[in-house]
Write a protein that binds this ligand. Structure first.
Ligand code: FES
Length: 98
């Protein structure tokens, strides 16, 4: 039981089990998606979820603060921090664009 994660910019797709972080997916896939602090503080890893938000964990408090204060003006309701979100449900497709 996995969910397929597609990183549009890199033409990459990987099937992952619930509980995996997007950071795990990026590192396993060879994606060029950039990371900075890896701790929900800098906003470097901000991405847009094109499809499949319902298969991801909810926004963390750190994520909410960074999206409001650092990504202000560019963040949309579909903007997430890759280092903070996890695959939460199986049998889905999550499409990510950065
Ligand atoms: S890498 Fe800094 S917020 Fe994700």
């Amino acid at each position: 039981m996995t969910t397929r994660v597609e990183i549009i910019n890199d033409f990459l797709a990987i099937n992952v089990k619930p509980g995996a972080t997007i950071q795990d997916v990026v590192e396993a896939s060879g994606s060029a998606l950039p990371f900075g602090c890896r701790d929900g503080m800098c906003g470097t890893c901000a991405v847009d979820i094109v499809q499949g938000m319902e298969f991801l964990s909810g926004k963390t408090n750190k994520e909410l603060v960074v999206l409001k204060e650092i990504c202000f003006g560019t963040a949309t309701p579909n903007t997430r921090l890759s280092c903070q979100m996890k695959i939460e449900k199986p049998n889905g497709v999550v499409r990510i664009k950065y």
